[in-house]
Design a protein around this ligand. Structure first.
Ligand code: HEC
Ligand code: HEC
Length: 160
């Protein structure tokens, strides 16, 4: 990360300004398209307060319409609790969130889920996961390295 990016991170974190500052930034030298990881944040090294501010300023405005458009009834109200559950009420915001539907631990379980909820599964894997990974500046999960952003950053897994 260079100094410019660092100072942008500090700027975003230190103040409540957000979307404007961010769009100004992305029209600058390092053009960041919506489908590329947001390399201007360093999630790993952000403090909890900085993360919270980033969630408010950047993650919510982006994720809320995505969920809402997918299913306006089910996601009539998208809030911090939609992903964080009680963690958003008690302030720990711990993820993954065990209150979200638990994902199957087996291949067969996943196949079944794909059959039962194809739309939801497609939405989760093609939209929610990659968008969230981008927002956090994380790479998608790579089975080769065992690291990266996956369903398991939000959902816990059911016991076999
Ligand atoms: C679409 C889902 C989603 C929504 C909505 C959401 N978050 Fe998050 N949040 C996440 C994910 C995923 C992580 C964890 C990323 C990781 O794996 O490190 C996270 C992490 C955090 C953290 C860091 C927790 C830690 O242990 O460091 C804070 C604080 C936080 N969120 C606050 C908020 C607040 C405040 C809101 C509402 C304004 C909010 N989040 C809305 C998905 C969401
Ligand atoms: C950014 C956080 C996040 C990520 C990443 C994520 N999900 Fe979700 N998922 C949610 C939220 C929020 C809901 C809605 C829960 C609700 O309705 O209150 C949900 C709901 C679901 C449901 C619906 C279950 C039901 O009973 O209707 C399934 C299935 C699901 N997710 C599977 C997945 C899979 C598979 C992946 C990875 C490809 C994934 N999710 C990635 C946050 C996430």
């Amino acid at each position: 990360m260079n100094t410019v990016t660092l100072s942008i991170v500090t700027l975003i974190a230190a103040s409540a300004l957000s979307f404007n500052a961010l769009s100004m930034k992305s029209s600058g030298a390092t053009a960041v398209g919506p489908s590329h990881a947001d390399t201007t944040i360093d999630w790993e090294h952000m403090s909890k307060a900085e993360r919270k501010q980033y969630m408010k300023d950047v993650v919510m405005p982006k994720m809320k319409p995505i969920f809402h458009d997918f299913d306006p009834k089910r996601f009539k109200d998208v809030r911090c609790t939609t992903c964080h559950g009680d963690g958003a009420r008690n302030g720990d915001f711990k993820m993954p969130n065990p209150e979200l539907p638990k994902l199957p631990a087996t291949r067969e379980g996943f196949d079944k889920l794909n059959k039962e909820k194809p739309k939801m599964m497609e939405f989760m894997s093609k939209t929610v996961k990659p968008t969230m990974a981008d927002l956090l500046g994380m790479k998608p999960f790579d089975p080769k390295t065992g690291s990266g952003f996956s369903c398991g950053n939000c959902h816990t897994t059911a016991k076999k």
